[in-house]
Design a protein around this ligand. Structure first.
Ligand code: C5P
Ligand code: ZN
Length: 474
């Protein structure tokens, strides 16, 4: 049996129940506001509309105790959490399970909890690696396909997985691969082996190069002169008959020259072979989207949704997923805004080397209010890719949210996880010790902690990572 079918088997009853019991009572849906969370929300929304089940959907940044407490007052019979919730089952039990039924569909590291009013569908409970093999939208897709329908939503599940960077190695793996096969069978997605740069279909070549900040290519990313020189050197014309060329317009010979030049640059700048080589790999393309659409390339689609979420407009993202192409115009502006915010964040890292502190097992920086707290995780990750940060030890980024709270994002690499580093555990335990809340995945985790506790928090994270590394060796 495919592993996704195991999830479907468990999902069958809760999905059936929600359809039968909620024809007239509204289901309260809560999802995460990143690309994966928005895809999860879109998948659930579309499936519930098809079944005639009324629902109210919110996409939120973080599921806190206060938020769950506030849900208690809403008094819904059914709550459905997607791409979050597994780390907060204690609060869900405390505030919701006595009066309501709750379904949690998630892929973050879970708390175990058994309660007759709770259906908990978490990747890890099926022994599936939630950081790499399936996303929140993949889990949501398994849920809504449990009764045999909705396979046309497979493409959205792929977008969610890409939003959570589950193709980091150059392609999708595990259950994501099974979903991909279904998407191919449905005629929704095709796989193209190609250079993996932003805007393959939608941007002129030089812009794709200039805009590629993940990985950050020294002398090319955000550097239009560098791009011109490179193209001249490689004898790749940026336009033909006055018309700008895109990545997809290059001949295979030109693509090969460009790819090896980019790989060389990355390696020369100290990038790991894995990151450098991931410049070439699988691209997932929506067969039926127009050629010039931002939704053609699934990764670009994910970037667009992420931009909507980070700018508090998850509703625009959901509208696009359920088919409202009119929302695209607004989303485009958000993408521009998002890119600018990230470039500002990277600039901060370049300009403040002294603010990057480190020990032998951890590095950290506090941007205070200089950089938007919602993107510090992205900036931390890109900082590692750009070699501004050390790629051999985890990084913790901190930003001030408001007078009372600081946002924390921790990022690592696969290689660190192989050495036993688990950032979800480190951040969750350290946050709890200083009166905050956190969790996530082994390679990427986040938390919110009280103001004034930043240094104490870092010390706890450091101690836990040191212990994890020690245990890894033995
Ligand atoms: O917020 P950030 O992008 O750094 O979060 C990294 C990962 O950690 C995400 O998957 C997020 O859902 C998770 N997270 C969490 N609990 C928090 C903050 C973040 O589980 N309090
Ligand atoms: Zn997710």
């Amino acid at each position: 049996m495919n592993r996704i079918d195991e999830i479907r088997k468990t999902a069958k009853e809760p999905f059936k129940k929600i359809i039968e019991e909620c024809e007239e009572s509204t289901v309260r849906c809560i999802s995460h506001n990143d690309a994966d969370g928005i895809c999860s929300a879109g998948i659930i929304a579309k499936a519930l509309v098809r079944e005639g089940v009324p629902f109210l959907m919110s996409c939120i940044r973080q599921l806190t105790e206060d938020f769950i407490k506030s849900l208690k007052n809403e008094q819904y019979k059914y709550f459905l959490f997607t791409d979050l919730g597994s780390g907060q089952l204690n609060f869900i039990e405390k505030y919701l399970l006595d009066k309501s039924k709750v379904i949690v569909i998630d892929h973050h590291v879970p708390f175990e909890n058994e309660n007759e009013n709770l259906d908990h569908l978490n990747a890890h409970l099926f022994s599936i690696d939630g950081a790499r093999e399936i996303s929140g939208s993949g889990m949501s897709y398994a849920f809504v396909t449990a009764l045999g329908k909705n396979r046309d939503l497979s493409g959205v599940a792929i977008v969610g997985a890409l939003g959570d960077l589950q193709d980091m190695s150059g392609s999708l793996h595990g259950v994501n691969r099974e979903i991909l096969e279904e998407a191919k069978k449905e005629g929704i997605i095709k796989v193209e082996r190609d250079i993996r740069l932003f805007g393959r279909y939608t941007r002129p070549l030089y812009k794709s190069l200039q805009y590629t900040i993940n990985p950050y290519i020294p002398g090319i990313s955000s550097n239009i002169n560098g791009v011109s020189e490179l193209l001249k050197e490689l004898e790749i014309p940026h336009s033909v008959n006055g018309k700008a060329r895109r990545i997809v317009d290059l001949s295979s010979d030109e693509k090969q020259r460009l790819a090896s030049a980019l790989i060389q640059r990355l390696l020369r700048a100290g990038a790991s072979p894995e990151i450098a080589e991931s410049i070439v790999g699988e691209n997932y393309t929506f067969v039926n989207e127009p050629e010039d659409s931002e939704l053609k390339d699934a990764k670009e689609y994910a970037t667009l949704l992420n931009s909507c979420g980070k700018h508090k407009r998850a509703d625009i993202g959901i509208a696009i997923i359920v088919g409202d192409r009119g929302a695209l115009e607004e989303a485009r502006n958000l993408v521009e805004e998002h890119k600018n915010t990230i470039v500002e964040g990277l600039k901060w890292l370049y300009e403040n080397p002294l603010k990057i502190k480190r020990s032998d097992v951890l590095q950290w920086f506090n941007v205070e209010r200089d950089v938007d707290d919602s993107i510090i995780g992205t900036v931390a990750m890109m900082g590692m890719g750009a070699n501004i940060l050390d790629r051999s030890i985890p990084v913790v980024a901190i930003a001030k949210m408001d007078e009372n709270m600081y946002k924390v994002s921790a990022r690592g690499t696969r290689e660190m996880v192989d050495r036993n580093v688990d950032l979800a555990e480190a951040v969750r335990v350290a946050a709890k010790k200083v009166g905050g809340e956190g969790g996530g995945h082994d390679v990427a985790a986040g938390a919110v902690i009280p103001a004034g506790k930043e240094e104490e928090f870092i010390k706890f994270v450091e101690t836990i990572i040191r212990r994890q590394l020690g245990e890894g060796k033995s």
